[in-house]
Ligand binder design. Sequence first.
Ligand code: DGJ
Length: 727
Amino acid sequence: MSIRFLKDKKRFIINTKSTTYAFDIVMDHYLYHIYYGKRTRELPDPAFRSVSFAPYLAGYDESRSPDVFPQECSFYGSGDFRPNALRLSSDGTGVSDFVYCSHRTFRGRASLDGLPCARADEQTQTLEVTLLDEVSGCRLKLYYTVFSSLDVITRYMVIENGGAGCVKIEKCMPLMLDLGRSDFDMISLYGSHCRELNFQRVALHHGTQSVYSKRGATSHQYNPFIALCDRNATDEKGEVYGFNFVYSGSFLDEVDVDQLGTTRVLIGLGSDCFSYTLGAGERFCSPEAVMTYSATGIGTMSRSFHRFVREHIMPPEALAPHPVVLNTWEACYFDIDAEKLIRFAKEAKQTGFDMLVMDDGWFGLRNNDRAGLGDWFENPAKFPNGLADFVGKIRAEGICFGIWVEPEMVNPDSDLYRAHPEWALRVEGREPLRSRHQLVLDMSNPAVLDYLIARFDETFRGIEIDYFKWDMNRHMSNAGSVVLPADRQGEVFFRYMKGVYRLLDWFATRFPNAVIESCSGGGGRYDLGMMQYGIQIWTSDNTNPYDRTMIQASAMLAYPAATMSCHVSNPHGDLRSLDYRYKVAVGGMLGYELNILEMSDEVKQTIAAQIAEYRGFEHIVCLGDYYSLAFPTKYPYSAYYYATAGAGELLLTVIEKSGCPKGSTKLLKLKKANPDATYVDVRTGKTYCGEELRAGIRVELSGERDQAHLYHLIQTSVIPGYENTTV
Ligand code: DGJ
């Protein structure tokens, strides 16, 4: 059993493969956080110290103040002045104080009232701890779901209103972790459209540091993943705590260093874009937050997250070979029609593609980005014989078919908006702000969902669709809903996301054979919530290979390669650039967006060879373990490799950035190689012994533009114990 309760000490202990997490019930009231770190039996006892100005319960002294000891959950207004996990009130004060009541453990996990959450397997166990706030009559249930072999614990909370009146939740942070020190660096990923996922590592300081979104989507600006690590932690050494959130809307990650030099981490919905009123007998379930601990550096944290996402977040289809798609966006933008795309499909088939994805421009009067969103009818001028006839002809070429949708949006210039202006998010009396000439549909309104479901059902009836690209191209301002009363408008952001998940669930059920690629102007919703629905995420609208090298390296800190949709675009007939772009793109799930009708035979043959080669090693990228050798913010090149389970196959990539020193030789140690084995690089036929790979493979940097090096190493000799190695 991973979860134990020691009655005499009133102590909960959660053990995973390599970590221990523990907390005690103290004073028959609080949950005192004891420990999170390397697996151990030596757990300290609670330690109390007196600090002046610290409020305490009647009958105790200030050493027992919730303001000075580490806790599992803290409540606004009841003596803990640090950032709190929960602010809830029945009387307008925001004050609550939940006291331990009971607990239970169970196999598996509970579902989250329509929110995405990590899938359980036969080993998953959950601890539920129930607390009571007597004044409001609310129960708070804290959940700890344990994925032992991956060293991952997830957390969420449920609030049940057992009182007679309404209560309002004003801040909700399902993951709170108090750590007894503050000499950490904080890693976070910031950016903007086309510049997603920049790596930032800075020392913690007193006060609160945070990343957040108030945009209604997780956003390009900050990703919900953060990590705290030792100041000298590297990929292979040092303590690291990693955190993430299974949610795709506005969020808050807060890290606070207090007066005593201790650190509090909070992951959740925050308070700016969230409040929720519960009537008597109602319940609220928060999204789920995720944490892991590594005693052996950042690389171990990343690999734990990668396996967790692959095995417990992404749909099982994400582990099957991904279709290599030809997407029409960068080739055609809005200039598409049936005749042209059927020619695309013919060429795509001959070049070895699996699928043609018809991007934006097929519906309504969508000839540019000013009109049409919401009118999900095919444009008869572009598809004179209808969508079904067109898709039939694409499939007749022997290729699968994918289509772009942006269900959450509406253009003011659309029939939908003219009929239902009240279906867009808006605040009475204020003209809604535009972004990309569009408004956001009120996905918290059941009538909007019903319309979208009926519309898509009708338009796609009888059409075989293999793939949806689900886009979202603006953030939410004027976020008000006509279906909520004034005192519940704070619920819009959360209810919106539940509406989006409901629609995604409908797509998954209605089109059981189709997969989804999630996108929000590139990586604006690169999060664990969307990953539950998609086989991959469009990583960025920026397909420049130099920029992509940085973006992809940062994404790999928290997310597996299977999530990263990486397209080769615009080589302009330059074969060297095509090769470079390919070697960058194969760090994730390969696809292309280029005008295949304008490509020379030589370019098409090169692409065909690239696709054929990729099929031979995609499984290593998709399912293998990832090892970073040179992170591109630190070095003038990027180097990393993937290794299959048992290291029977290795895929090493070295990408030179511009300004790489000419002629220098890098020694890259592939420490996962089996020492007694022989490997052959199937690209060159050159052989290496495992010991040599572990000691370091020598790669000479050319120092020229558009240079990258790829090694696909397969073990040729059989060594005992590895006879049946497969991934
Ligand atoms: C933004 C996406 O990121 C692009 O790939 C493309 O699908 C456009 N939207 C279409 O409008």
